[in-house]
Design a protein around this ligand. Structure first.
Ligand code: BGP
Length: 475
C-alpha cells in the first residue's frame, strides 16, 4: 500500500441526480419537467424536434426516467449501501418541480420539502454530508411553455426564489451546494441542458448566450443568498470538464484547442472570477450577439463561488479542421478522436493524465478549491452464474483516475472531495437507458423496463470500500 496523498478531511463518495434516479415523476405533487418529456432513443438529444413535440408526453414513447431506479421510495436502502462503502459525501440534486411544481408559484410544495428533508436527514444519520445540485438539467415544463425557459429574464426571479426556499428549508442538513449541473451543456444541448427551444430563423447563439447570462445571474444571486442564510454554506459552480488538446503542434490547431477550452471555461471564468472575460467581446461580435445586460448585473456577478466543481470523464481534442462530420460527442461536447488513448464503448477517451492536466489548468486559472463531482466509466455489466458482477474494467478506470487526483494534490492543488458518477446504477443522461451503467451497486432493470429493481453489490463496491477506508492509499 502506498502512502495516501489525500488530506484527512477529504470527502469520498458518489453522485446521482434526481431525474435519473428518483422516478415517481408525478408523485408527491411534483410537476412535469423538461427531462420527463425526453424519451430514450435516437431523438433524445436532438434539438430538431418541433416545439409541439417537445411539450407533451407521447403515448408511443417509453421514458425510463419516469421510474428511474425508484430512489424516491428506496432511498433508505440506497443510502445504507453508501454508508456501508464508507461514503462521507453523497451528491444528488433536488428536482425543482418537486419544490415548485410549475416553477412560478409563490408558495412551495410541502410534500416536496418533506421528501428532501427526510432524505438529507437519512444521509446525516449515516454520517454522510449531502452535496446538493439545485438544477440538474430539469426545468419545470410550465416555465418552458409560458416563459421560454432561460431565454426569459424572469427565470432569475423564479430560480432565486426556489434556491432561497431550499437554503432555508434544508439549513442545518445541507451545507455544500452546486447551482447548475454542467452549466456549459446549455451551449451543446440547449433543450436538455436548459429547456431552450428555438424559433424558426432566429440567431440561436444570441438566445443561448442570453440564456447563459440569466443562468449566471441566477447562480450569482443564489450564491449570495446561500451565504446570507448561513455563512457556513459553501457554494460551487459545476462544469462539464475535460481539457482540449491540440490535435497537432500546428499553431492553428493550438489556437483551435484554446478557443474550444474558452467556450466551456467561459462559464467558470464568470462564476469564479466575477466578470465577463475579455475574449467575450470578440466572441459576441463574431457571433452577432448583443446581450441585454441591465444596470447592476455587473455587481451581481461579483458574487463568486466558494469552490469550483466539475465532471471529468474524458479529455478532448480539437484541430483547425474540426467540424461536425469528423468529430463526435464525448459527454455531449464534440471532440476529435485522440489516436493516443483508448476509448470507452461509447467513444469517450479514457485519459487519467488528462484529469491531472485539467485540474492543474483549472487551479492555475481560478485559485479556488476544486471538487471532482462526476467521474466514471459507463459500461455494460454482466451477471455471472454465481450472481456476481466482476467489473474489473470499472475498477481499473477509477483506480487510474484516483491516482491522477492524488498526483494533482501532490502538485499542490486543494481538492475537497470526489464523488464518482452513478454510484448506484441509474438512467443514462445521453442514452436515456439503463444498460450504460456506472455503479458500485447493480440495479435490476433493463432498457425495456423489466426487472425487480433489486440492488446487488458489484466487485467494485468492495474495492471502493477499501479505497475509502485507506483514504485513497489502497488502490
Ligand atoms: C453528465 C451528467 C450526468 C450523467 C453523466 C454521464 O453529463 O451530469 O447526468 O449522466 O454525464 O453521462 P451518461 O449518462 O450520458 O453516460
Amino acid at each position: 500500500m502506498s502512502e495516501s496523498m489525500f488530506p484527512q478531511d477529504f470527502l469520498w463518495g458518489g453522485a446521482i441526480a434526481a431525474n435519473q434516479a428518483e422516478g415517481a415523476y408525478l408523485e408527491g405533487g411534483k410537476g412535469l419537467t423538461t427531462v420527463d418529456t425526453i424519451p430514450h432513443g435516437k431523438d433524445r438529444l436532438s434539438v430538431k424536434l418541433g416545439i409541439e413535440k417537445r411539450f407533451s408526453l407521447r403515448e408511443d414513447e417509453y421514458y425510463p426516467s419516469h421510474v428511474g431506479i425508484d430512489f424516491y421510495h428506496r432511498y433508505q436502502e440506497d443510502i445504507a449501501l453508501m454508508a456501508e462503502m464508507g461514503f462521507t459525501v453523497f451528491r444528488t440534486s433536488i428536482a425543482w418541480s418537486r419544490i415548485y411544481p410549475n416553477g412560478d408559484e409563490l408558495t412551495p410544495n410541502a410534500q416536496g420539502i418533506a421528501f428532501y428533508r427526510d432524505m438529507f436527514a437519512e444521509c446525516k444519520k449515516q454520517g454522510i454530508e449531502p452535496l446538493v445540485t439545485l438544477c440538474h438539467f430539469d426545468v419545470p415544463m410550465h416555465l418552458v411553455k409560458e416563459y421560454g425557459s432561460w431565454r426569459n429574464r424572469k427565470m432569475v426571479e423564479f430560480f432565486t426564489r426556489y434556491a432561497r426556499t431550499c437554503f432555508e428549508a434544508f439549513d442545518g442538513l445541507v451545507k455544500y451546494w452546486l447551482t447548475f449541473n454542467e452549466i456549459n451543456i446549455l451551449l451543446h444541448s440547449p433543450y436538455s441542458g436548459a429547456g431552450l427551444v428555438f424559433e424558426e430563423g432566429e440567431n440561436k447563439e444570441q438566445v443561448k448566450y442570453q440564456a447563459t447570462h440569466h443562468e449566471l445571474l441566477a447562480s450569482a444571486l443564489a450564491t449570495k443568498i446561500a451565504h446570507e442564510v448561513n455563512p457556513n454554506n459553501q457554494v460551487g459552480c459545476m462544469l462539464a470538464g475535460g481539457n482540449f488538446y491540440p490535435y497537432s503542434c500546428k499553431p492553428e490547431d493550438v489556437w483551435a484547442a484554446l478557443e474550444k477550452d474558452r467556450e466551456n471555461l467561459f462559464f467558470i471564468d464568470v462564476q469564479a472570477r466575477g466578470a465577463y472575460p475579455s475574449y467575450t467581446k470578440r466572441l459576441f461580435r463574431e457571433k452577432g450577439i448583443t446581450l441585454e445586460i441591465e444596470p447592476g448585473d455587473d455587481e451581481i456577478l461579483k458574487n463568486t463561488v466558494d469552490f469550483v466543481s466539475f465532471s471529468y470523464y474524458a479529455s478532448r481534442c480539437a484541430s483547425a479542421e474540426m467540424n461536425d462530420n469528423n468529430s463526435s460527442a464525448a459527454n455531449i461536447v464534440k471532440s476529435l478522436k485522440n489516436p493516443h488513448i483508448q476509448a470507452s464503448e461509447w467513444g469517450w477517451g479514457i485519459d487519467p493524465l488528462g484529469l491531472r492536466i485539467t485540474m492543474n489548468m483549472m487551479y492555475d486559472r481560478y485559485q479556488k478549491p476544486l471538487f471532482l463531482v462526476e467521474n466514471g466509466l459507463g459500461a455494460k455489466d454482466v451477471i455471472n452464474e454465481q450472481g456476481e458482477i466482476n467489473d474489473d474494467y470499472r475498477i481499473s478506470y477509477l483506480r487510474e483516475h484516483i491516482k491522477a487526483m492524488g498526483d494533482a494534490i501532490g502538485d499542490g492543488i486543494p481538492l475537497m472531495g470526489y464523488t464518482s458518477w452513478g454510484c448506484i446504477d441509474l438512467v443514462s443522461a445521453s442514452t436515456g437507458e439503463m444498460s450504460k451503467r456506472y455503479g458500485f451497486v447493480y440495479v435490476d432493470r433493463d432498457d425495456q423496463g423489466n426487472g425487480t429493481l433489486a440492488r446487488t453489490r458489484k466487485k467494485s463496491f468492495y474495492w471502493y470500500k477499501k479505497v475509502i477506508a485507506s483514504n485513497g492509499a489502497d488502490l
